[in-house]
Design a protein. Structure first.
Length: 315
């Protein structure tokens, strides 16, 4: 097979797993990354992941750039679990501990953070201002966007519409019903006229002063974690009066946990997340850009200490 050789790091943030590629010197057209993503993310293929992460060149205002391509080949505005991993790669590439990062349609601040636990590399990402309301997420209905019933949505629950800037619909529930979440996520994923660009859907449980969030992620499906959803859920908890703004919360998800702080309107609607950026192993694979066909996977390095450290925290 004649293809392009890709070196990558298999990594995850809160169990949201990715293939991280230093794309600064790759001569790959933008659309071709979709084929690379579909190949690497295929759970029945040699690797399997929720998406691919691309470390890119920065500019005069940004130390480096970052983008993510989902498993279905679509490119969301950002991915905060992935951004932590991309930021760590940028820190190591440039020998820095903090940076302003260029995203698809916005910017983010990233910085090394005190480890969540011994051996668990931790990064804080800060984004905002967060936008709220139907128009902010391309939802074609009228209303405040805060805990509102959505006409045309196949659910009687009340949702808060939050842009991170990727679109989120957040519903607070007593107990997460995974089957209900998957059915609603599938409906949103089908590209209904109600939603300009689909949406991420999350069911959120209030657990004392903390949250548990489960998400159906646009372009991926039901995920172990979605960083922007955890940020959006914390912001929504403040907007609906469930939790106070300006305090750090632990947000749990099926894949682990993060620390989230939402400042609210009085703090510029900024949200920050501190969570793991775990590198599990390094691999090399050849992919035919034209067809997406993959050669054999070679694992060149295993980072067993990081895997064990995360298992000790999340187990």
């Amino acid at each position: 097979m004649q293809g392009m050789r890709f070196e990558f790091i298999k990594c995850h943030g809160s169990g949201n797993d990715f293939c991280l590629i230093d794309a600064r010197d790759h001569a790959v057209e933008s659309g071709a990354w979709s084929r690379v993503a579909r190949t690497l993310c295929d759970r029945g293929g040699p690797v399997g992941a929720d998406g691919i992460l691309l470390l890119k060149q920065g500019d005069r205002s940004h130390a480096f750039g970052f983008s993510v391509v989902n498993a279905d080949g679509s490119e969301p505005e950002t991915c905060l679990n992935g951004l932590r991993c991309g930021a760590r790669a940028g820190f190591e590439a440039f020998g820095i501990d903090a940076a302003r990062v260029k995203l698809k349609t916005s910017s983010a601040q990233v910085a090394r953070e005190t480890d969540l636990a011994p051996g668990v590399a931790t990064v804080r990402t800060t984004v905002g201002p967060v936008a709220v309301g139907p128009a902010a997420i391309g939802l074609r209905v009228a209303g405040s966007g805060i805990e509102m019933e959505v006409p045309g949505l196949p659910s009687g629950r009340r949702f808060t519409a939050v842009s991170m800037p990727n679109p989120h619909l957040i519903a607070f529930v007593d107990t997460v019903d995974v089957a209900e979440l998957r059915a609603l996520g599938d409906w949103c994923e089908s590209g209904p006229a109600l939603l300009a660009d689909r949406a991420n859907v999350s069911f959120v449980e209030l657990r004392g002063e903390d949250l548990f969030v489960q998400t159906y992620e646009r372009g991926v499906g039901l995920t172990n974690a979605c960083g922007t959803a955890m940020a959006a859920s914390t912001h929504a908890a403040g907007l609906t009066g469930r939790l106070a703004f300006g305090r750090e919360r632990t947000v749990f998800n099926p894949g682990g946990r993060v620390r989230v702080r939402a400042e609210g309107p009085g703090g510029g609607d900024i949200v920050s997340i501190a969570g793991n950026a775990t590198f599990e192993w390094d691999g090399v694979i050849e992919i035919d850009i034209a067809t997406g066909a993959a050669g054999p996977l070679e694992v060149v390095r295993r980072r067993e200490d990081e895997i064990a450290a995360w298992a000790s925290l999340s187990g």
